[in-house]
Each structure stands twice: as C-alpha cells, then as structure tokens.
Design a protein around this ligand. Structure first.
Ligand SMILES: [Zn+2]
Length: 230
C-alpha cells in the first residue's frame, strides 16, 4: 500500500486522537505518526478508540463469519455486529469479549479432544495445488502435487512445517503433516498462495492471530467448517 493510499484511508475512516492516547482494548499507544500533534491511524468503536492491531483482529474475525461462535450466540449482540462486518458499532466491552473468544473457544474445543493439543487453526477455504517444476522445482513439485491447502488463521498456538496435525472435518478426523506453511499479510494481498509457493520454501511459522496457508500431506476434500489442531 502506498503512502498516498494510506493517507486516503486515514482521511475517510480514521479520526484524529490526542497524542499519547492509548488503545482502549489493548493499551498500546495508537498510531505510528506520533509526531507530537496527533495520531492518525486510530479507529473508533461506539465508545472508544482502538489501535490498528486490534482493528485488524476485529476485521479478521468478521471475515471469518461466525462459524466458530457458539450457535446460540451468533444472533446475539455483540456477535451479530461482527457477522455484518459492522464491528465499529461494538462498544469497548463487547469488542473485548469478541477478541477473547477465539482463544477461549479454541481452548475449550481442544480440551474436549485431548490434553496433548495446544494449537488450533480455523480454516476459511480449501483447495488442491498442482505446482509445476518450473514454479517450485522438481522435488517440491512432486511432493506438493495434488495436496490439500487450507487457508485460515491461527486461533491458538502456532503452526510450522513438519508439525503433525489432526484435521477435524465435521465428525471425521484425519492425521496429517504440515508440508509447508505460509503467512498471508492482508496489507500485501498480492502475495497470494502462488507467489508465496514460488518465492518460499514454506518454512514460515504461523502464530496466533496470523492468517496463512497450511499445505498438508492430504489429498481428500474437506467440508466447510474444518479445523486443524496440533
Ligand atoms: Zn489495541
């Protein structure tokens, strides 16, 4: 994103806040242009100001719909605002609840499966890849051909190449290994899976709240609400 684009963004949906103002959610200072006058990349909730990082988390959760939120809460405030991508209508207290949910829910779900599981990856999309030798080299092309790739975000813990994981596909459970792992940076959308596969060896470590792709040694289709745990 160019600096000009950034300024346009600030101009439309950001507000000036006094210098030194802290994020009402996480307590970090707001803005990186703390020049002594104001901070410009703050976003507003109904009754507070939040930093860029918290804002990105809320936007991320709204993108992932509300599948991971318990069914009976989905239609209730504050979760319904997320579903409509209207997280800025939340108040600070509601936003706090929302941001604590992924970790809390993941811990509950993992505890029900087994104490050895400490990481959870929530998926949004799945696809199969067929990279050519020209794109990724002969060895990797062979290894990655027809393999399942899940895109999503890390709800808890971390994921990296070589991890033994369990794919939870509805009631089905399948063991797999992470062949490669890639971070997706929403600020650089042009770095999509294809670009990352070509440029990298999949040795990135995905940590909590990070979006990305897991390439798994699996060739079976998965359903909509798949989760990967380790
Ligand atoms: Zn914050």
């Amino acid at each position: 994103m160019s600096l000009y684009q950034k300024f346009c963004e600030w101009g439309t949906d950001a507000k000036f806040v006094p210098h030194g103002k802290k994020c009402d959610l996480c307590g970090n200072s707001i803005g990186f242009l703390n020049t002594g006058f104001w901070s410009v990349n703050a976003k507003w909730l109904r009754d507070g100001v939040i930093c860029d990082r918290c804002c990105k988390k809320l936007a991320l959760l709204s993108k992932f719909s509300t599948k991971w939120i318990p069914r009976d809460l989905r239609k209730e405030s504050p979760f319904n605002a997320l579903a409509k991508n209207a997280w800025h209508t939340l108040c600070v207290k509601e936003a706090k609840t929302v941001l604590e949910s992924p970790e809390k829910l993941a811990k509950e779900e993992l505890a029900a499966i087994g104490p050895e599981y400490t990481s959870a990856f929530r998926t949004k999309d799945a696809c199969f890849i067929e990279p050519t030798a020209l794109q990724v080299g002969v060895v990797r092309a062979k290894k990655l051909n027809n393999k399942l790739v899940l895109s999503g975000f890390v709800q808890l813990g971390e994921f990296k190449k070589g991890d033994s994981v369990l794919i939870l596909d509805g009631k089905e459970r399948r063991e797999a290994t992470v062949l490669e792992a890639y971070i997706y940076d929403p600020d650089v959308p042009e770095n999509d899976l294809e670009v990352m596969l070509k440029a990298n060896m999949g040795k990135q470590r995905l940590s909590q709240w990070q979006q990305g792709w897991l390439v798994l040694d699996n060739e079976e289709k998965v359903g909509g609400s798949t989760m990967v745990i380790a």
